[in-house]
Design a protein around this ligand. Sequence first.
Ligand code: NAD
Length: 488
Amino acid sequence: MRTFPLLIGGVAVPAASGATYESVDPFTGQAWVQVPDGGAVDIDRAVRAARAALNGPWGQLTATARGKLLWRLSEIIGREAENLADLEVRDGGKLLREMSGQMASLPDYYRYFAGMADKLEGSVIPSDKPNFLIYTKHEPVGVVGAITPWNSPLLLLTWKLAAGLAAGCTFVIKPSDHTPASTLAFARLFEEAGFPPGVVNVVTGWGPETGAALAAHPGVDKIAFTGSTETGIKVGQAALASMTRLTLELGGKSAQVVFPDADLDAAANGVIAGVFAATGQTCLAGSRLLVHESVAEELVAKIVARASTIVVGDPHDPATEMGPVSNEQQYQKVLSHFASARADGATIAYGAEPVAELGGFFVKPTILTDVTPEMRAVAEEVFGPVLVVLTFADEDEAVAMANGTEFGLAGSVWTKDVHRAHRVAGNLRAGTIWINSYRAVSPSVPFGGMGSSGIGRENGIDAVKDFTETKAIWVELTGDTRDPFTLG
Ligand code: NAD
């Protein structure tokens, strides 16, 4: 069995307690890797190492030097992309064809933010008072605790790391307990790129212990969390107790809104991409189809026809289109949604059962019709390949239905009417809207949620600033003294 150590202060170490745990390959159902079961002591060591790097060699580097290191890292990641993809497939069960693409895209994020490092300019503010020079600086927020989920471990980590390192921060990373391997392997690349020890530290372990210790550590200046809304609230409360800065990238229940003039073949393809790619285990899953009643039957027939041909199986096989659910806990959750949809009286247009012949954690792509908003499968994030279909009579109803959720991560509008496309996109309450498309992301485009989908944005030109504190500096220019009892 493969083993990986923690990385703390540039040194590969076991957990202080010596404890380890095994991570399971969801395709085989067998343990395949052994990693340290780090605890609060390891988190504390890692936070101290990150602080020492910040106050030491990393903090001394110019922004241009940081950008060069990020660029060098991007080249090394490019070389290692296939190895990293393989680790992510073994640990998380996602398709090799998807993870190869994700890993191949990582260098673009580090290059984008490498270029931003020395363009993080402050400003000189015209003074409303005589004889002052006033300017601002963007200083690194400090030590960042990054807590990541299992569905796209390195991509979602990169959404934090690339911008945060460009800003001059240091990191302690707690990957998901389900997918620890790729992050432990990835962290070793920083030394080769020339980063000083302690800039990037990784402690693996369980969420409620190791993750909670990081979120509550008073030496952490910012928590960048991606995961479920439930955990995000706990992490947020722990962080706030020590006034730690916070971004939360949380769950979703995104709507794909299809108008009668849409290209229904394209829409069907977009719906398949939105909810069945990655076995539906994606925060931005377009899991609610809202379709105009006049085309609902035709569109659902197209989606059912395509869903019934989806190849479910070995995630390493290039022909596979849907791999297993990533872990047993999540598999049980998806099965419970099948049961409650039946009990609630939804019509099973397709699926809602395990793929018996494959065993393991495989389920069929699932399409539920005749549903109502209060049904569990409609109201809750499933985080699995489950589409619910609702119909609307007009645009106002469509917008009200789309916005009738606590979440606000993403959504789409399918129509050929350019006026309606932009009008509806403007009226949907979500952080990302695609028009006649779905499931595209980029280093240069902000991503994040409204409502219960989170707080803050990752990526895009402003993301680096979110890893800084803005400092205003006032310089008195005359050397004279002032009335000490007035506010200047
Ligand atoms: P999760 O909330 O169970 O776990 C996320 C991370 O938090 C893991 O590393 C876990 O170990 C840790 N954790 C668990 N309990 C903790 C605690 N009490 N204190 C601190 N850390 C703790 O989420 P998951 O099941 O790994 O991931 C799936 C969820 O992530 C879904 O809800 C999905 O929508 C969301 N997600 C959001 C985005 C986004 O960008 N908005 C992207 C991907 C996934």
